[in-house]
Design a protein around this ligand. Structure first.
Ligand SMILES: Nc1ncnc2c1ncn2[C@@H]1O[C@H](COP(=O)(O)OP(=O)(O)O)[C@@H](O)[C@H]1O
Ligand SMILES: [Mg+2]
Length: 341
């Protein structure tokens, strides 16, 4: 019998990850499409498109179709998803695989149906949706099928999902439009204000990843960045310190912690007590910020753990959900696309 190519898909605001049953994560690419606006033509998707960001002439634009957690451009979404899915599973399929997909929680029902229809056209026999916090929890091996509360926070680029899970569902949860992008933007604003230097998004992200920390840095490290001096208009290189990055990101970081706190405040006391005992698990690429677990603990006094390879948790959880057990079946939303004709 041909090997099953059932897949779990994390369709995030900045990355698409695909998990294949029996094989693990087989694809991890930026959720980016490069478009030539003059010719109205797609030039590249995924990693190839990402490489063009910030280096292209004006008529070529790199678009993230899900940037703010809703579908900004349906056609580009379709190109992105179908290209990456065919890339992972191949185009000539003898047996149509099943897929479990997790999208940002801001995506509405109509948009979810469009995604299912795109997946069908890409060769899937059946596509089911899995709520993002449930996917993240399954991916890190948290059991949430009993009357016991577990808290999961998935920090993406454009949005963060915060949820307390119990009895196989989200008991209290929210999605805030605040993720890694907000940290990058805060760094750009800070450097512009303090040094009259305009840096690009990629540079800001590099500063965040290399120098950023959720705890005040003990010693100073710096990184040379080049931007445009806003007074002379010319390129200029400046050494940005870890302390500056720490100051720059403190505002979005505090907002994130406040959002977690407000979910805990709305959680029934018994479940909240479980969370205080068991702690919070952080997933998503944004959870890789240096010292984030300690930083959150300092403010909330609740233990925190970061998933191993936090960016992969949601895709791994979608993969787990493909196991055809009754427990898993209950978690998936039944939105099988009706066949045409
Ligand atoms: N080491 C790191 N430190 C801080 N942020 C990181 C690190 N690695 C990745 N990120 C951030 O994680 C975010 C991407 O996470 P991801 O889970 O892929 O997003 P999404 O699920 O929205 O597609 C980006 O904002 C990226 O800058
Ligand atoms: Mg993610």
């Amino acid at each position: 019998m041909a090997q099953s190519r059932d897949i779990g898909v994390d369709l995030g605001t900045s990355h698409v990850l695909i998990y294949m049953r029996g094989r693990g994560i087989v694809l991890r690419e930026p959720a980016v499409v490069a478009v030539d606006r003059d010719l109205d033509r797609v030039l590249a998707v995924g990693s190839d498109a990402y490489r063009l960001i910030g280096r292209t002439p004006g008529n070529i634009q790199a678009v993230r179709p899900l940037r703010n957690g809703t579908i900004a451009d349906y056609d580009l979404m379709k190109t992105l998803l179908s290209e990456l899915v065919s890339h992972a599973v191949g185009r000539r399929l003898f047996s149509r695989p099943r897929a479990v997909v997790s999208v940002p929680s801001g995506v509405n029902e109509v948009e979810k149906r469009s995604i299912i229809s795109i997946m069908f056209d890409a060769g899937m026999r059946r596509t089911q949706m899995l709520e993002r916090p449930l996917a993240a929890a399954l991916g890190v091996g948290i059991r949430f099928d009993e009357a016991y509360g577990s808290m999961i926070v998935d920090i993406g680029a454009g949005a963060t999902d915060i949820a307390v899970l119990a009895m196989s569902e989200v008991s209290v949860g929210t999605t805030v439009p605040l993720g890694g992008d907000a940290f990058d933007d805060a760094i750009i604003r800070y450097i512009r204000k303090k040094h009259n230097l305009l840096i690009g998004e990629k540079t800001a992200e590099e500063l965040k990843i290399n120098l950023g920390s959720a705890l005040e840095p003990a010693d100073t490290v710096s990184m040379d960045v080049t931007g445009r001096n806003l007074i002379s208009g010319l390129p200029k290189t400046h050494a940005v310190t870890s302390m500056e990055v720490y100051e720059a990101i403190s505002e979005p970081l505090n907002q994130l912690v406040e959002a977690i706190q407000s979910v805990i405040e709305r959680t029934p006391p018994q479940l909240a007590a479980d969370v205080f005992d068991e702690g919070i698990v952080l997933t998503g690429g944004g959870a890789a910020l240096n010292n984030l677990a300690d930083g959150v603990y300092r403010q909330l006094h609740i233990p925190c753990a970061i998933a191993e390879d936090p960016q992969a948790s949601v895709a791994a959880g979608c993969g787990q959900a493909l196991e055809d057990t009754p427990a898993m079946r209950r978690l998936l939303s039944e939105s099988k696309r009706r066949l045409r004709g």
